[in-house]
Design a protein around this ligand. Structure first.
Ligand code: HEC
Ligand code: HEC
Length: 331
């Protein structure tokens, strides 16, 4: 599996002019600050299958009624299309649900970057009082009492233990990649994979400076940045400030992290509305305008916003050979 750090090194090597043949495997691959997702990842199929079953099983939750997939729906771009998901108590959650695809390529998990690994994040989701709300004391005996789970865990891992549950879920998550987006095909040398407007949008994405934050294999997911560098986003949004708006400050309690967020990945962004950690923006065009304004102090004209949106649409990839669908659209 390709790691973020190897990409960062690769990018540095490109910047230093050290890379003469781009990876050599694909000689005509373009030298760009965005890299294509790998077409496949090598994972143990038995662990992936067990993880898939766990991810989709509502019995993991204390109330036996909420699966990971209740909020992270693969047919909905990996989230649920809601500003905030409905928790197990029927209340809206505190923060927007991110997509679940390509998460292994992000350097941290969650909007505020609370976790370094998918395993740590999965354990937190199991304990989260709004999500699975379970404990290991409750969950492990439940799984061991199920004949199918007991057999799978024993065959693959030699028993049902917490590390094994987390490994299975995280391995499944690592399998959730969406390669072959039109833009990735373009990066791999197919000049006709994206339209003239999408190319123009990509040039604008670079010239406005979006690329300084959203780059690498996930078009984001490898930096922390303050939300609101040129203008106060929260004033622009209006409404009361919520705890989730503090971002990374909630993780570190360091003043410098107030309103700092992990720069999100823009892969599949066209199918994961609504936008931002508060899920407050429904239209991608408006999200682009907000970004230009608060992160870059710029106001692109409508036709440029449209071109950038069009470029972002070229980042929608395929899961198991099918292009991801927009929320609530018929597959
Ligand atoms: C009630 C809805 C809900 C359920 C159920 C749920 N999640 Fe999430 N998930 C969220 C929300 C909301 C976040 C963002 C949390 C944050 O940023 O603080 C999230 C974040 C994540 C992330 C990090 C994504 C990113 O971009 O940083 C992963 C991975 C994830 N969840 C996996 C899981 C797994 C595994 C389960 C089951 C054990 C699960 N989730 C159950 C709502 C849910
Ligand atoms: C200084 C860093 C920075 C720059 C420059 C920047 N962004 Fe962002 N972007 C972020 C951060 C941080 C967030 C997360 C905001 C939040 O917490 O909701 C974000 C969020 C987004 C989102 C919403 C993602 C989601 O999953 O909801 C989009 C779309 C986006 N940016 C596009 C752009 C575009 C287009 C540009 C250029 C006009 C741009 N960004 C420039 C840092 C940046």
């Amino acid at each position: 599996m390709i790691t973020i750090s190897s990409h960062v090194l690769y990018l540095r090597a490109v910047a230093l002019g050290l890379v003469i043949c781009s990876g050599c495997a694909a000689a005509q691959e373009l030298d760009e600050p965005i890299l294509p997702l790998p077409l496949t990842v090598e994972l143990d199929p038995a662990r992936v299958a067990l993880g898939e079953k766990l991810f989709n099983d509502p019995r993991l939750a204390h109330n036996n009624a909420m699966a990971c997939a209740s909020c992270h729906q693969l047919e909905q771009g990996g989230d649920d299309g809601l500003p905030r998901s409905i928790t197990n108590s029927g209340e809206p959650d505190v923060i927007n649900t991110p997509g679940i695809f390509n998460r292994a390529f992000n350097f941290r998990q969650t909007w505020g970057g609370a976790f370094r690994t998918l395993e740590e994040q999965a354990e937190a989701a199991l304990h989260n009082p709004r999500h699975a709300a379970t404990t290991w004391e409750e969950l492990l005996p439940k799984l061991a009492a199920d004949a199918q789970y007991a057999a799978s865990f024993s065959r693959i891992y030699g028993g049902v233990r917490k590390e094994h549950v987390l490994d299975a879920i995280a391995t499944y998550e690592r399998s959730l990649i969406t390669p072959n987006a039109p833009f990735d095909r373009y990066l791999r040398g197919d000049a006709r994979a994206i339209s003239a407007e999408q190319k123009h949008g990509y040039e604008l994405f670079k010239s406005y400076g979006c690329i300084s934050c959203h780059q690498g294999v996930n078009v984001g997911g490898n930096l922390f940045q303050k939300f609101g560098l040129f203008e106060d986003y929260f004033k622009l949004r209006g409404g009361p400030l919520m705890p989730a708006d503090l971002g990374r400050y909630n993780v570190t309690k360091d003043e410098r992290d107030r309103h700092v967020f992990r720069v999100p990945s823009l892969r599949n962004i066209a199918v994961t509305a609504p936008y931002f950690h508060d899920g407050s923006v429904e239209k991608l065009g408006y999200a682009v305008e907000v970004m230009a304004r608060v992160q870059l102090g710029r106001k692109p004209p409508p036709h440029e916003v449209q071109a950038i949106v069009s470029f972002l649409e070229s980042l929608t990839g395929e899961y198991q050979g099918r292009t991801l669908a927009a929320p609530r659209s018929t597959p």
